[in-house]
Design a protein around this ligand. Structure first.
Ligand code: C2E
Ligand code: CA
Ligand code: CA
Length: 438
């Protein structure tokens, strides 16, 4: 595994992969750039960064991470060492310097590298499907080799921003306007606050009761609260950033575990109550979702029936095999499923019959305009009736007034959630609230 024939620690080479290291890369870029100017032949650089590699390190430790890099490096060497000088820039970043390379050839190599990277890798009994983001730059004879590499790096960042698993050619990126830059900054700030909260105990769950019209408790919904250095950041800011960066998987596991532990605590106090947890699409597309769910109820030692998963409607419209398998396994274990924010997505009522959920939560948008809006009222009534015929219970979200409460009771919905009955409250306040109702 070496490109020199010398020892693995040879200057200019990376000891894990045998590829050129950062210094070796820069020296080679200078040499190839000179040759490209003299011989008037094009030169390409591809900057590859693996997507979500941090998660591999976090889940399998650095030994697991190194094993993945080692296997990937062997494959890249086999396929590309005849065409390119391969460099490891550190961590999960690689650069390919491709002499005599037109734009079309650079695109072809980028496509080949993406394919090579996404070959499944077995790690123990887990099968990883890595993916990568690539930035491509074509050398401009008037630029210096460092700016040439920097352009490839920036294009790679754009490929990541577009969701990864693709290449972007330098010069084709959309230059972010001022607003784009400001938004990106804000997202980065939020991302770093999420990391801080995870490390410093700044995350908590609040609970909002869902109540039947006869006063009995259907469940409580766990809602995430994030507090960093005295500042509280609402879920509407946290969740989208967490979904974009993949952090949602860790946040989601954290929520499931903590919700399950609170369910245990409530049972121990003689107040057994089902706890509903919000689950994002990105969590359900991860094969390890089901292990995380099982560990939540095993670690907390509760019956799975005490947990419920709230899933947004859009998830059901385009169900992959992994999502399907995860949902079926959850249901089989005894965890119930609820469709959240119903009515905001694109499903038609007819789709309901294919969805393995036992509860439907009508979005606040329908309730907010009651009792005045007669059309919304008709929709609420019709959905309620259909859901009941399909054996699902129907919850109205965001009930704020006594008029709304009474109207929904008349229509015959099953339960309500909203400020009219109770606001979200911390775990301790929930215990007091539940005791009070007894
Ligand atoms: P959601 O699942 O629809 O949760 C209900 C939201 O409505 C909560 O906002 C709750 O505080 C608010 N709410 C409840 N009753 C009323 C009412 O009567 N009037 C009004 N105006 N609002 C009411 P919150 O806590 O800010 O959460 C916002 C969203 O963030 C949630 O919407 C959910 O989609 C997401 N979220 C919260 N926690 C988690 C979590 O742990 N994981 C995931 N994936 N998403 C979460
Ligand atoms: Ca919810
Ligand atoms: Ca909702």
């Amino acid at each position: 595994m070496t490109g020199t024939g010398d020892s693995m620690d040879a200057v200019g080479f990376d000891s894990t992969t045998g590829f050129l290291d950062r210094g070796g890369c820069l020296r080679t870029a200078v040499r190839l750039a000179d040759a490209s100017r003299k011989e008037r032949q094009p030169l390409g650089a591809l900057w590859l960064d693996l997507d979500r590699f941090k998660q591999v390190n976090e889940s399998f430790g650095h030994l697991g991470g190194d094993a993945v890099i080692g296997r990937l490096a062997a494959q890249l060497r086999d396929e590309f060492s005849a065409r390119a000088e391969i460099c490891r820039m550190g961590g999960d970043e690689f650069v390919f310097l491709v002499p005599n390379c037109s734009r079309a050839q650079a695109e072809e190599v980028a496509g080949d590298v993406l394919r090579a990277v996404s070959q499944p890798i077995e790690l123990g009994n887990i099968r990883l499907r890595p993916s990568g983001s690539i930035g491509v730059a074509l050398f401009d004879p008037v630029e210096d080799p460092l700016s040439f590499l920097e352009r490839a790096d920036r294009a790679m960042i754009e490929a990541k921003r577009l969701g990864g698993g693709r290449y972007v050619i330098s010069g084709d990126e959309r230059v972010p306007g001022r607003l784009g830059v400001l938004l990106a900054r804000e997202e980065l700030a939020i991302e770093s606050k999420i990391h801080l909260a995870l490390e410093s105990g700044g995350l908590t769950l609040h609970y909002q009761p869902i109540i039947h019209f006869d006063g009995s408790i259907e469940a409580v919904e766990a809602l995430m609260r994030c507090n960093v250095a005295g500042e509280s950041i609402p879920p509407s800011k946290i969740i989208p950033v967490a979904e974009k960066t993949g952090l949602i998987v860790r946040l989601g596991e954290w929520s499931m575990l903590n919700a399950a532990q609170h369910a245990r605590h409530l049972s121990d106090l003689g107040l057994p109550t089902r706890v509903a947890v919000n689950v994002s699409r990105a969590q359900l597309t991860a094969p390890r979702f089901i292990e995380a769910l099982y560990s939540a109820f095993y670690c907390a030692d509760i019956a799975p029936e005490l947990l419920e998963l709230e899933l947004t409607e859009s998830l059901f419209m385009d169900i992959s095999d992994t999502v399907q398998a995860n949902l079926q396994a959850a249901k089989k274990a005894g965890v119930s499923l609820a469709i959240d924010d119903f009515g905001t997505g694109y499903s038609c009522l007819a789709d309901l019959k294919n969805i393995p959920a036992s509860k439907l939560k009508l979005d606040r948008a329908f309730i907010r305009v009651l009792p005045e809006d007669k059309r919304s009222l008709a929709v609420v009534r019709a959905i309620g009736q259909l859901a009941r015929e399909l054996g699902m219970i129907v919850v109205a979200e965001g009930v704020e007034t006594v008029e709304q409460f009474e109207l929904l009771a008349d229509i015959g919905l099953d339960a309500v959630q909203g400020f009219h009955c109770a606001r979200p409250m911390d775990g301790q306040a929930l215990v007091a609230w539940l005791r009070n109702r007894r």
